[in-house]
Design a protein around this ligand. Structure first.
Ligand SMILES: C[S@@+](CC[C@H](N)C(=O)[O-])C[C@H]1O[C@@H](n2cnc3c(N)ncnc32)[C@H](O)[C@@H]1O
Length: 288
């Protein structure tokens, strides 16, 4: 698929599926998030990590691939700025964003890889879970575009998952075991009991059904080192070390899930660079 086709497909997906509401303020897209009470505090605190790397005040904050600014924590990123510029290729995303933040926002339909702004415009920049919707060459271009539009001495925060996280890879057999056990206990998938037992007992991997979505291309820390390090200064911290599949399979209130997540959060705070590189979601700070 060539670039315009990819972007058109992504736009159509978000306009027609991703940003359609399935409940009060809840989007289809939320099926990629763990919204259970047991994980709420951990997820809330991970979202707030972004604030640490942004300037305390300023005129304009760019939210590149803003979506509808869907979580309350996202509002805090631009609290100390006069305006938040929400940029997205999905019209629906921007309409929803306007419903949320009204006049605090300025709304621009554009491609993150071709920003329609002058150099040195923004005091701060965030981009969450967006770059993976672009082909790799465009992701590199987007990093350069971010640098171009940032003011000198400012920072951008980019959050995206790695292609392959060593921590999640190591946890995989345990995730599979817990998933199959959960299904066995709840009586779901009666027809599947033999596979469940094989999986639980012998580690035979059953087919996993990912939710169908749209174009995704992720990278690993090596790609950043070869493609971005020669052109820009960046640091990797931890946004969240575990993915939603891990949370849903392993973290349960009845099994001390809240306490476990408190401990995990502490570990991520003590070793942010380790969990940033080895965990699922890095928080990449780009310096100008
Ligand atoms: C997974 S959502 C994330 C939205 C929001 N940042 C969040 O974390 O909730 C990805 C968003 O990026 C937008 N997007 C994807 N490709 C884009 C591009 N090339 N230019 C601008 N926005 C894009 C999509 O329309 C969608 O709203």
């Amino acid at each position: 698929m060539n670039n315009p086709d990819v972007k058109q497909q992504v736009r159509t997906f978000y306009d027609q599926v991703g940003w359609k509401t399935i409940g009060e303020g809840v989007y289809q897209n939320a099926r990629y998030e763990d919204l259970r009470p047991v994980s709420r505090e951990y997820i809330h605190r991970c979202h707030l990590r972004v604030n640490r790397f942004l300037r305390n005040s300023g005129d304009l904050l760019l939210d590149a691939g803003s979506g509808p600014v869907q979580y309350p924590e996202y509002l805090t990123y631009s609290e100390k700025y006069t305006h938040r510029v929400c940029l997205d290729i999905s019209m629906l995303a921007l309409k929803e964003a306007r419903n949320r933040i009204g006049d605090h926002g300025l709304y621009v339909v554009a491609d993150v890889a071709n920003l329609p702004f002058k150099p040195n415009t923004f005091d701060g920049l965030v981009s969450l879970h967006t770059l993976h919707h672009l082909p790799l060459a465009d992701q590199k271009k987007t990093y350069m575009e971010f640098l171009r539009v940032m003011k000198p001495d400012s920072s951008a925060v980019v959050v995206n998952g790695w292609t392959d996280s060593p921590l999640m890879r190591t946890a995989r057999p345990f995730i599979l075991f817990m998933e199959r056990l959960g299904k066995l206990i709840s009586g779901q998938h009666e027809e599947d009991k033999e596979t469940v037992l094989k999986s639980a007992c012998f580690g035979v991997e059953p087919p996993h059904k990912e939710p169908t979505g749209t174009f995704i291309k992720k990278f690993n820390p090596e790609w950043l080192k070869t493609e971005i390090a020669p052109l820009a200064k960046y640091e990797i911290f931890c946004w969240r070390s575990v993915n939603v599949r891990y949370l849903r399979a392993i973290v349960h209130a009845a099994l001390g899930g809240k306490l476990y997540l408190k401990l995990l959060y502490r570990l991520e705070e003590w070793f942010p660079k380790f969990y940033g590189e080895k965990g699922q979601y890095p928080l990449i700070v780009l310096h100008k």
